[in-house]
Design a protein. Sequence first.
Length: 71
Amino acid sequence: MPRYLVATRRAVRDSAISAREAVEAEAGIKLVNGDDPHMVTIEADEDSANQLQERLKDTHFVEPEIRRELN
């Protein structure tokens, strides 16, 4: 399943919920790493990620995680 990074926008950190709080109760989204509450990694299908991005666009970034390997 694809992974996405969800980050709280710096300008609204004092007034918005954290990224971890924003994704915890979302159906179809699995929290993979939530050590930093303002920058979390999730697993979600593309539709769920797009819906999350649309809902949180004013307070959070939702971007695909890019993984690279050196062979």
